[in-house]
Write a protein that binds this ligand. Sequence first.
Ligand SMILES: Nc1nc2c(ncn2[C@@H]2O[C@H](COP(=O)(O)OP(=O)(O)OP(=O)(O)O)[C@@H](O)[C@H]2O)c(=O)[nH]1
Ligand SMILES: [Mg+2]
Length: 191
Amino acid sequence: MGQRFSKDEGYVQVVILGLEHAGKSSILYRLTYDLFMEAIPTSGFNHEKFCLQRGPGRGCKFAVWDASGSEASQTAWSTYSKAADVILFVVDSADCEKFNKAKDLLNTVLGAGDFPPHAVIMVLANKQDLTSAKKPEELFTLLRLKKLRKICIRGCSAKDGTGLDDIFTHLFLLFDHSRKLKRCKTVQVIE
Ligand SMILES: Nc1nc2c(ncn2[C@@H]2O[C@H](COP(=O)(O)OP(=O)(O)OP(=O)(O)O)[C@@H](O)[C@H]2O)c(=O)[nH]1
Ligand SMILES: [Mg+2]
């Protein structure tokens, strides 16, 4: 907790952003310990490292930074985005009153364009265990994601683990694809 942010060389750098209370730290706990713990609001960062043990991305290493969602902390987000290979933007799918705020915040993050061109942006529609939660497809429209480039959405629940067990494989495939696309573009320019 409260660590200084830095780029982890040799790792796919994943930055978790989103409003306070969206469930960012709960997702990190679920990924790290495979359990649900009552999280306390983050001050600074949580930082964990993972290595994919199986599947197409076997051996790929991920460094995950879970930021505080407080307004004071949001001012520093562009620093983290600059170093990000993957941005996970977490939304509380059951908190309809905050959807607009979440949309504006996501637009601010994306509009700043600080992240590298190969970066993958995934919205995690968290708290799918709650009956009031909007489905990822609904959130896709509500957050007006279709207007935004290179972005995908996935439903999940830190509480019961839904949508999180294969997240690193999924991220690896997206990241790999994104890097290859970038390489293709370079080849086309040279031709
Ligand atoms: N029902 C349900 N509750 C969740 C889920 N994920 C998180 N919560 C709850 O949501 C609240 C906020 O969770 P946190 O993980 O602390 O949220 P955060 O985004 O890290 O918040 P900040 O660190 O303040 O930015 C806690 O009470 C969690 O128990 C989920 O998938 N389902
Ligand atoms: Mg937190």
